[in-house]
Every structure is written in structure tokens, then in C-alpha cells.
Design a protein around this ligand. Structure first.
Ligand code: GDP
Ligand code: FE
Ligand code: FE
Length: 196
């Protein structure tokens, strides 16, 4: 667990950069991440930090994103995607200088928290699932996801990817190649598991 001092420092900073509503979401993700970390025996403090910092940059301006993309040499084409896709990768770049968080597992987890990744370590899995099923989420299927989370993080990850792609297609929104790629990797993994 984080010390009270470090946690309060982070929350005070978050208050400056996001709405009250989003901060409440972040605190619910923290709660859920702590629960999942203890259920699946994953590093508690790493999961807690990943949760607290994951949406750090969600309400930043395009200028702020541009500055980070340049400074950290992120692929320039990312700038065409907008905040939904950028906020994770951008946050993962700045948490070292802002909060002394240089644990690569945490940086990776935050970088991929919106679209997932073909390879995710335990901290990334916990964050991806916690963000999806935190107690404030009310979308169709959230109860199914919460049930799945009692037995397998991987099952929730695949469910989330399926649901997100279906939702985006229905809304006629663009689906990023990485989103499809991630889905393909996880569905093929699942097929292989069930063949055994
Ligand atoms: P939040 O930051 O807590 O709101 O949650 P996320 O970071 O997981 O998601 C941000 C948004 O990105 C959600 O509305 C997702 O539906 C959306 N999203 C995820 N993948 C894609 C994609 O491939 N294309 C588009 N257009 N949106 C996506
Ligand atoms: Fe997010
Ligand atoms: Fe979030």
C-alpha cells in the first residue's frame, strides 16, 4: 500500500487536472484494483499507483499532448487519435517526472489501459479490468464482467475487448488497428486454451 503522504500528494495533484467526477472514477478504480490485486496475488502498491495515475492526462489539452509526444518521441501519427487514445500513453511518459514512478510495469499498464495489448503483465491486467468494472460502471454486461472477474482476469479482458469492438462498430466509430490486433491475439489464445 502507498503511504498516506504519497497517496495524498497524488490526489492533490489529480484535483488540479481533472473534474470531481473523474477523480471519483479514479478512486473507485483504485478500490477495485486493490481488491483484484489481493484476490489474484499481484503487487498491491503497483496496482494502486497504476489505478491512481491511469487517467491523469484525460482532460489535458491537445497542446499538452503534443508537447509530451515530441519530448518522448511517441509516434507522431498518434496525435490524430485524440484524447481517448492518447491519454494513457501520455500519462505513462510523465509519471516518472511528476511522481517518481519509474516502475515499467506501472508505465506499461497505464500506456495500454484503453485498448489493451497483446502481451499484458499482471499489473496491466488488474488495471484494465478494474477500470472496466469499478462500482460506478453501469453499462449492459457489467454484471457479467464482474462475475467473470471472480475467476479469471483473462476472461474479463477478452469480454471487454469483444464488447468494446461491438459497441464501437454499432456507434459507427473508427476502430483502431491495435484494438483489433489485441482482440485477435486474445481470442486466438482462448481457442488454443480450449483445444488443450
Ligand atoms: P476511461 O478513460 O476511464 O473513460 O476509459 P478508457 O480509457 O478505457 O476508454 C476511453 C474510451 O476509448 C472509451 O469510450 C472506449 O470505448 C474508447 N475506445 C477504446 N478503443 C477504441 C477504438 O479502437 N476506437 C475508438 N474510437 N474508441 C476506442
Ligand atoms: Fe482512461
Ligand atoms: Fe479510467
Amino acid at each position: 500500500m502507498l503511504t498516506n503522504e504519497k497517496r495524498s500528494f497524488i490526489i492533490a495533484s489529480l484535483e488540479q487536472q481533472m473534474s470531481k467526477k473523474r477523480l471519483e472514477h479514479v478512486l473507485r478504480v483504485e478500490q477495485k484494483a486493490l481488491e483484484l490485486a489481493s484476490l489474484y496475488d499481484v503487487d498491491i502498491t503497483a496496482c494502486q499507483l497504476a489505478a491512481l495515475l491511469h487517467d491523469l492526462a484525460k482532460e489535458w489539452t491537445m497542446e499538452q499532448y503534443e508537447t509530451v509526444v515530441k519530448k518522448f518521441n511517441l509516434p507522431n501519427h498518434m496525435l490524430q487519435f485524440g484524447s481517448e487514445i492518447l491519454h494513457g500513453p501520455v500519462a505513462s511518459c510523465v509519471i516518472d517526472e511528476m511522481f517518481d514512478v519509474n516502475d515499467e510495469r506501472i508505465q506499461e499498464a497505464i500506456a495500454c489501459h484503453t485498448i489493451g495489448a497483446s502481451q499484458m503483465d499482471d499489473v496491466a491486467k488488474v488495471l484494465f479490468v478494474a477500470d472496466y468494472i469499478e462500482d460506478g460502471r453501469v453499462f449492459d454486461g457489467v454484471e457479467i464482467a464482474r462475475e467473470l472477474a471472480k475467476n479469471s482476469l483473462e476472461d474479463v479482458i477478452l469480454y471487454k475487448l469483444q464488447q468494446t469492438i461491438a459497441y464501437l462498430a454499432k456507434k459507427q466509430l473508427p476502430i483502431y488497428p491495435e484494438t483489433i490486433e489485441t482482440y485477435n491475439t486474445w481470442i486466438i489464445k482462448k481457442e488454443k486454451m480450449s483445444e488443450k
